[in-house]
Design a protein around this ligand. Structure first.
Ligand SMILES: C[S@@+](CC[C@H](N)C(=O)[O-])C[C@H]1O[C@@H](n2cnc3c(N)ncnc32)[C@H](O)[C@@H]1O
Ligand SMILES: [Zn+2]
Length: 263
């Protein structure tokens, strides 16, 4: 069983009633089952990470099954049986929820309290905490897999928590991701940059592109937009025009890479 490490003194934290305790410190377990390890030095705002609107929109989109091509690819291409997984920047917990059906132990961390609260509420098999990817609340090398899907990660810290032969799965938007939607919103839509990610201390094992597509109405497209930073960069009239559309085909395109640690 993987224990949390006290972010203040580095001692092991063990469950005592509704708290996690080391010899000097005590962290409450919220009623939803998550722990908040975020220190003020980890925060660059009062409510860091995705806000409630973004998190709720992400939940609606994920529950619609639109991102299943991504989780299906991950669960079909990696063997999680008896393995331990950390989802870094887990959001509302879609990937953790899916991986917990296959893996022995799944943890998710996110800097957004709203995201972690929603994750913990709907997944009692995984363990969730509010923490920054730069200070993961774990000892060295307990995880077989780390996952980062569209979320920031710290290479050194990720390597620290991965076992020596651990695998780091990184999903990023591919060039064409949401391009049809961008064409509706912007005069000169731009493709995402080609995924050429290299990570210090890791070597690339494989990289594949996963494509998906779904049809929704204007309101559905706006919900999708709301879970991304595009929503805040798009002018209101373009969003209103999108809301009124009867039907729109949305293309999803992901680049998924697997990395192994190197000495
Ligand atoms: C685009 S969302 C992806 C969520 C999830 N991985 C998914 O695929 O649905 C990015 C997530 O990274 C989180 N995040 C941003 N900065 C972070 C940090 N410094 N440490 C941990 N999580 C962070 C955000 O709060 C947000 O939930
Ligand atoms: Zn402590």
């Amino acid at each position: 069983m993987i224990n949390y490490r006290c972010p203040i003194c580095g001692d092991v934290l063990t469950p005592v009633g509704k708290s996690l305790k080391c010899t000097k410190h005590c962290y409450d377990v919220a009623k939803e089952g998550y722990v908040n390890f975020l220190s003020s030095s980890d925060k660059h705002s009062i409510t860091p990470g995705d806000n409630k609107d973004m998190v709720v929109s992400r939940r609606i989109i994920m529950e619609s099954g639109y991102y299943l091509p991504l989780t299906n690819y991950i669960t079909q291409n990696f063997d999680f049986k008896d393995k331990t997984v950390l989802d870094i920047g887990c959001g509302e917990g879609f990937i953790a929820r899916n991986l917990s059906k296959f893996a022995r132990e799944v943890f998710g961390i996110d800097i957004s309290k709203e995201a972690v609260k929603l994750s913990a509420k709907s997944d009692k098999s995984s363990s969730f905490s509010v923490a920054s990817m730069t200070h993961l609340p774990f000892f060295d090398h307990p995880f077989d897999f780390a996952v980062s899907a569209f979320a920031p990660y710290n290479a050194k810290e990720t390597k620290r928590i991965l076992k020596k032969d651990g695998t780091f799965i990184v999903a990023v938007p591919a060039e064409e991701h949401l391009f049809e939607l961008k064409k509706r919103l912007y005069e000169t839509p731009i493709l995402n940059p080609k995924d050429e990610t290299e990570i210090d201390g890791f070597r690339l094992l494989k990289r594949e592109r996963i494509d998906g597509n779904f049809v929704t109405d204007g309101k559905g497209a706006v919900t999708l937009l709301k879970m991304t930073p595009y929503f805040y960069r798009t002018n209101k009239s373009a969003i209103e025009a999108l809301t009124d559309i009867e039907s729109i085909s949305v293309n999803l395109s992901f680049s998924v890479s697997a990395f192994k640690t190197v000495d």
